[in-house]
Design a protein around this ligand. Structure first.
Ligand SMILES: [Mn+2]
Length: 249
C-alpha cells in the first residue's frame, strides 16, 4: 500500500519545461503503483476559477494531470490559501477530485486528517482575518461580481511573483501550527494523525492536550526539493523524489 502526500507545489502558468517535466515524471514513475495521491493545498501558485473560466495558461499542467487520471491514478486536492476557489472546473479539467478544507481518509484503519494547515495557525490573527475575508462570504460575493478582467489582473500579478519571500517562510515557521487548534479538528473527525503543508518546512510533532493527543506530519517542499511524505500502511516516511528534479524559481 502506498499513499503519497504532497503540498505547496506552487505550479506556475505558461511554458515551464522544468516544472512540467518534473511533474510528469513524478506522476508517471514515482506514483505509478500508488493507491492515492493527495495534494494538500497550494498546488498552484494562484488558481482562480469562475464558471467555465480560469486565470492563466495551465493547459499543459492540466493535460499532465488528466493523462495520469486516465491511467487510473487516484488524485485528490484539499485546497490551500492559493487555490481555495478550485472546484468543478478544476475537477473536470484535471481529473483530480477536489475536497473541502479538511478531508479524512482511513487506509489500513488509521484515520488521517488531511488539510492545508493554515487554518490551524491561529496565533497569527492578521493572517486569519485576511483568510476569513478572502475565503468567507465577503470574498465569495466579491469574486462573483468583480469584472473578470480585474480579477484576471490581480491573479496574474500574484502568479508573476514567482518566489515566495523568505520573510513569509520565516514568519510561518515561527508562528507554526497551534496544537490546540489542530487537535480540535482531529478530535472532531476522530483522527489520531494530521498530515498538512503550508509551512514549507517538513517535520513531525506529537500533539498533546489533556483530553486528546495525536501525531502531526508536515510534508516536505516539493517545488524546490522534490520531497513528499509516504504512508505504507505502517509508518510515515518523508521521501525525496528521484531525478529529474529541476528547481523552478
Ligand atoms: Mn499555503
Amino acid at each position: 500500500m502506498r499513499h503519497l502526500f504532497l503540498a505547496d507545489l506552487h505550479l506556475l502558468p505558461g511554458p515551464q519545461p522544468g516544472q512540467n517535466a518534473k511533474l510528469k515524471h513524478f506522476l508517471e514513475v514515482t506514483c505509478a503503483d500508488a493507491e492515492g495521491v493527495y495534494f494538500l493545498g497550494d498546488l498552484f501558485h494562484c488558481w482562480l476559477e469562475r464558471g467555465d473560466r480560469y486565470v492563466g495558461d495551465y493547459a499543459e499542467v492540466l493535460e499532465i494531470f488528466r493523462a495520469a487520471a486516465a491511467k487510473g491514478l487516484p488524485m485528490h486536492l484539499i485546497p490551500g490559501n492559493r487555490d481555495f476557489t478550485a472546484g468543478e472546473l478544476f475537477e473536470s479539467l484535471s481529473g483530480i477530485v477536489c475536497h473541502g478544507g479538511e478531508y479524512c481518509i482511513a487506509p489500513a484503519g488509521t484515520r488521517i486528517l488531511l488539510a492545508h494547515g493554515d487554518a490551524y495557525c491561529t496565533s497569527d490573527w492578521q493572517y486569519q482575518a485576511l483568510r476569513w475575508l478572502l475565503t468567507g462570504p465577503i470574498g465569495k460575493v466579491v469574486r462573483a461580481i468583480i469584472p473578470w478582467p480585474w480579477a484576471e489582473k490581480v491573479v496574474r500579478m500574484v502568479q508573476n511573483r514567482k518566489t515566495v519571500p523568505a520573510v513569509y517562510h520565516a514568519t510561518l515557521a515561527s508562528i507554526s501550527i497551534q496544537t490546540a487548534s489542530a487537535l480540535k479538528a482531529m478530535r472532531r473527525r476522530d483522527c489520531a494523525v494530521l498530515v498538512c503543508g503550508h509551512i514549507h518546512f517538513p517535520g513531525q510533532r506529537r500533539l498533546e492536550e489533556k483530553d486528546y493527543h495525536g501525531m502531526m506530519y508536515v510534508v516536505p517542499d516539493w517545488r524546490r526539493e522534490g520531497g513528499y511524505l509516504e504512508y505504507d500502511g505502517k509508518s510515515f516516511t518523508p521521501t525525496q523524489a528521484e531525478a529529474p528534479c529541476v528547481s523552478s524559481r
